[in-house]
Ligand binder design. Structure first.
Ligand code: 9Z3
Length: 311
């Protein structure tokens, strides 16, 4: 077989795997319909980890680490930059505009003045006001749509739906894939229906590989969009090389490389010709690394749109 035929066969295999993933996934309960007038830029930001259920009536699952902070913070900066954001997030993880609130805002931010009146605690009044005002403004201007997922099945089905419904936006669409996505899963049809019993002794199970959706997303579902994926490693020695491989393999426009322990301080943005280190500016107090990061990505997205319109 020559190389052309071999590549074609690999691609056909991948498409068949993807087809079978979606055909066997449990159906979604809701669907989305995205419309965009006026050529606004739209970014799909993914955040949080996907779960892999071990039982159809799920009691146990495998999880992927992510607090959702990167996606939530980035969403705020994208809205500030004028983007409409589709925030695809793991249920229960960090939300945009809530970062300066305590863990249990309802119980900690409010107090009863008498039996029928509630007021915001002095300590949190500025934070609560800011969160409500900015969140409401984003939603009312149509700049924030939040869609939750829990399992890998929900995540990939919703992502495909978003990609297909943003294809009419062409180069104005961006995908910013910060979610931590499972590499292995139990196919729905081979999954136990009921809770696995411990009385049956040790548990052996084989996990199937999740089909590599990134290349199909990039090439078939939203071929004109601007793509940014993330590479997470705990071993800094292999991080950059893995990011470069992802850039080439999945034809991303940029890959953001981050190491688990320093991810809030520094990231390295890898493109086909550069490695750009982006750091949190400590002199500016509580500045987030996402501030300079999103600024850089927005500039590059503008250049991408410009260069495509020259064609
Ligand atoms: C990331 O690398 C994100 O930056 C983090 C953010 C998950 C580290 P937090 O949510 O952390 O703020 O706590 N996301 C991508 C993680 C991932 O699983 N990437 C895959 C990989 O590295 C490619 S899709 O192989």
């Amino acid at each position: 077989m020559d190389l052309g035929h071999a590549l074609e066969a690999t691609r056909a295999n991948l498409n068949a795997e993807i087809e079978s993933f979606f055909n066997s996934a449990p159906p979604l309960k809701n669907s989305v319909d995205i419309r965009n007038g006026g050529g606004r830029r739209v970014v799909c930001v993914t955040a949080g980890g996907t779960t892999v259920p071990l039982e159809q009536r799920c009691v146990r699952y495998i999880d992927n680490f992510s607090s959702g902070n990167r996606g939530a913070t980035s969403t705020e900066y994208f809205v500030k930059a004028g983007y409409a954001v589709i925030f695809l997030y793991r249920r229960g993880t960090c939300q945009p505009y809530c970062r300066s609130l305590p863990d249990d805002p309802l119980l900690e931010c409010f107090e009863l003045t008498d039996e029928s009146n509630i007021k915001v605690h002095e300590l949190y009044s500025e934070a609560v006001k800011k969160a409500i005002t900015e969140h409401r403004a984003a939603v009312e201007e149509g700049l924030l749509l939040k869609l939750p997922f829990t399992t890998i099945f929900e995540y990939l089905q919703i992502l495909r739906m978003i990609a297909l419904s943003t294809s009419n936006l062409g180069q104005n669409a961006m995908f910013y894939l910060a979610a931590a996505v499972s590499d292995f899963y139990v196919p729905w049809h081979s999954m136990a229906e009921h809770k696995i019993q411990s009385a049956s002794g040790p548990l052996n199970m084989e996990l199937a590989q999740v089909p590599k959706m990134l290349s199909v997303l990039r090439q078939d579902w939203a071929p004109k969009a601007f793509f940014i994926s993330f590479k997470l490693e705990t071993d800094s020695k292999i991080l950059l090389q893995k990011a470069i491989s992802a850039l080439e393999k999945y034809k991303m426009n940029m890959v953001v490389a981050n190491e688990l322990s320093t991810r809030k301080e520094e990231v390295v943005v890898v493109t086909s010709s550069e490695k750009i280190s982006v750091r949190r500016n400590k002199d500016r107090g509580f500045e987030d690394v996402e501030n300079p990061l999103i600024q850089l990505l927005v500039e590059r997205h503008s250049a991408y749109i410009e260069s495509s319109s020259d064609l």
